[in-house]
Ligand binder design. Structure first.
Ligand SMILES: NC(=O)c1ccc[n+]([C@@H]2O[C@H](COP(=O)([O-])OP(=O)(O)OC[C@H]3O[C@@H](n4cnc5c(N)ncnc54)[C@H](O)[C@@H]3O)[C@@H](O)[C@H]2O)c1
Length: 442
C-alpha cells in the first residue's frame, strides 16, 4: 500500500521504517530540511535499537523515501499519517498547531479522496478539528467534491524498544466509524496482526482518550510507587521488598512499579498535563492526575535533596560524576529527563558535573553546549576521576555491575547516590561506600 507519513520523529520514522519493511511503499515528509537530507545520506537522527539498519535497508530498496516536498507526499499516499509533535502549550494543554498545519497542507495538495490518520497523541476532539480544517481549505479551493475521513490511530511504542514494539504491537487501536477506513487500515496493519487479533476498532473519541488513559495509568503507577518509596524510607522499610511483595499479586503485576528519580521523556509529563487541562476545560477536576504530576515534580528533586543533605547545603566547588543522562535506558532522548533537573540544581548550587551516557552525549552537548560546569566524558570510568561522588540517574544495563574498587579509587570520597536502586545496599556498604538509594535506609 502507498503510505505517506508526515513528521519523521521517534514515532513517524520508526513506524514508516517498519511499514516499509513489511512491504508498504512509504514516503516520509518533514519540514526539517537537514533531517531529510541527513536521512538520505544514511544519518539517522535518533538512537533506537535496530532502527539504523532498518532505515538504510528500506531506503536502499526504494520502499522508504524522504522529502520536504509536501505535494509529492500527499500525491503518493492512499493513507496520510500525521505523526508530528504535540508539545505542551504554555498552559500545559496539547499544542495542536503542527497537527493542524499538516491537515492544512494535505488539504491544500489533495487531488483525490484521502484517509488522514492521527498518529500523534492528541486530545479528544482533535479529529473533528482536523476534519474542519481540511473542509475549510477544500471549500476555499472549491474542491468540495473531494472526500476524506479522519481516523485516530494512536501509537504505543516505547522509546528504547520502538522498532520491536511497532513490529509486534500489543494492540492496534483504530478509531473510526467509517467502514472503508477500517478496511484500509486493517489491510495496512495485516502484516502485524498475524498470531492473534490485535486490532481494536472503536469510535474516534474513545481512541483519542485511550492513548492518554494508557500513559496516565503508567505515570500513576510510577508516582504511586515513588510515594511508597519515600514513605518506606521514613518508616524504615525497604521499598524493593515492598515492590516484590505487591508485584507478586497478578492484579498489580511487576511492570512499572520501580521507584526512582521521577518519570520524564516526551510523553508522560506532557500527556498527564494535557489530560488535566482537557478535564479543566470541561469543568472536571482530574484529582488523581494532579497528584500524579505533583508527586513526579517532587520526585525529580529527591536526588538533589539527598546530595544537598549529605553536604549540609555546601555544594559549591563540589564535582559530581553523573551516570545516565537520557530519561530512560536505550534512548538518547533527554526531553524532561530527571538528569536535567538534577544537573541544573547542582549548577545553581555552585557544583560541577562530569557526565557519561552511552547514547545521549550528543544530545547533552546540543542542549547545554560548552560550559565550565559540565564535562561530558567518553566513558563511565573517565567521568569518575576527581569527582566527589557518583550519582546514578538512568538505569542503563552497563551501570549495573561496575568495578566498585575502581569507583572507590577514583572518587575523592566513597559516596554513591543511586536514583535507580541498582545495587544491594549491604554489599556496597561492605565495600566501604556511603550509599544512598531510593526508598531504602541509607
Ligand atoms: N516519542 C514517543 O515515544 C511517542 C510514543 C507514542 C506517541 N508519541 C506521540 O507522537 C507524536 C510525535 O512524537 P515524536 O516523539 O515522534 O515527535 P518528534 O518531535 O520526535 O518529531 C516530530 C517531527 O515532526 C516534524 N514536523 C513538524 N511540523 C511538521 C509539518 N508541518 N510537516 C511535516 N513534519 C513536521 C518535526 O520536524 C519532527 O521531525 C507526539 O504527539 C507524541 O506525543 C510519541
Amino acid at each position: 500500500m502507498k503510505v505517506t507519513v508526515f513528521g519523521i520523529g521517534y514515532v513517524g520514522l520508526v513506524q514508516a521504517a517498519v511499514l516499509a519493511d513489511a512491504g508498504h511503499d512509504v514516503v516520509c515528509v518533514d519540514v526539517d530540511e537537514k533531517k531529510v537530507e541527513d536521512l538520505k545520506q544514511g544519518v539517522i537522527p535518533i538512537y533506537e535499537p535496530g532502527l539504523d539498519s532498518l532505515v538504510k535497508e528500506n531506503f536502499a530498496k526504494g520502499t522508504l523515501k524522504f522529502t520536504i516536498d509536501a505535494a509529492e507526499g500527499v500525491k503518493h499516499g492512499e493513507v496520510q499519517f500525521i505523526a508530528v509533535g504535540t508539545p505542551p502549550d504554555e498552559d500545559g494543554s496539547a499544542d495542536l498547531q503542527y497537527v493542524l498545519a499538516v491537515a492544512e497542507t494535505i488539504a491544500t495538495h489533495m487531488e483525490s479522496n484521502q484517509i488522514l490518520v492521527d498518529k500523534s497523541t492528541v486530545p479528544v476532539g482533535t479529529a473533528e478539528k482536523v476534519s474542519a480544517k481540511v473542509a475549510q481549505v477544500l471549500k476555499k479551493r472549491k474542491r468540495e467534491d473531494l472526500k476524506f475521513d479522519v481516523a485516530s490511530n494512536p501509537e504505543f511504542l516505547k522509546e528504547g524498544s520502538a522498532v520491536a514494539d511497532c513490529m509486534r504491537p500489543d494492540r492496534i487501536i483504530i478509531g473510526t466509524s467509517c467502514e472503508e477506513t477500517e478496511e484500509v487500515l486493517r489491510e495496512l496493519y495485516a502484516p502485524f496482526n498475524r498470531n492473534r487479533e490485535k486490532i481494536i476498532v472503536m469510535d474516534v473519541r474513545s481512541a483519542e482518550l485511550t492513548k492518554y488513559a494508557a500513559n496516565c495509568m503508567l505515570a500513576t503507577k510510577i508516582s504511586f510507587m515513588n510515594e511508597i518509596a519515600n514513605l518506606a524510607e521514613k518508616l524504615g522499610a525497604d521499598v524493593e521488598m515492598v515492590r516484590q511483595g505487591i508485584g507478586s499479586d497478578p492484579r498489580i503485576g511487576y511492570h512499572f512499579i520501580y521507584p526512582g528519580a521521577g518519570y520524564g521523556g516526551s510523553c508522560f509529563p506532557k500527556d498527564v498535563q494535557a489530560l488535566i487541562k482537557a478535564a479543566e476545560q470541561i469543568d472536571f477536576d482530574a484529582d488523581v492526575l494532579k497528584a500524579v504530576e505533583a508527586r513526579n515534580a517532587k520526585q525529580k528533586q529527591v536526588l538533589f535533596q539527598k546530595i544537598n543533605g549529605h553536604y549540609g547545603g555546601q555544594l559549591s566547588g563540589k564535582t559530581f560524576a553523573l551516570w545516565g543522562l537520557s530519561f530512560k535506558p536505550n534512548t538518547d532522548d533527554m526531553r524532561e529527563a530527571p538528569s536535567r533537573v538534577l544537573m541544573e540544581a547542582l549548577w545553581e548550587a555552585g557544583a560541577k558535573v562530569q557526565a557519561y551516557d552511552p547514547e545521549a552525549m550528543d544530545e547533552a552537548q546540543r542542549i547545554y553546549g560548552d560550559r565550565d560546569d559540565l564535562r561530558l566524558c567518553g566513558t563511565k570510568e573517565a567521568c569518575l576521576k576527581g569527582a566527589d561522588a557518583l550519582v546514578i540517574v538512568t538505569e542503563w544495563q552497563n551501570f549495573r555491575a561496575p568495578d566498585f574498587d575502581l569507583i572507590r579509587q577514583q572518587l575523592s570520597e566513597p559516596l554513591i547516590f543511586d536514583g535507580r536502586n541498582l545495587y544491594m545496599p549491604r554489599r556496597v556498604q561492605q565495600r566501604g561506600f556511603i550509599y544512598h538509594s531510593i526508598g531504602r535506609a541509607a
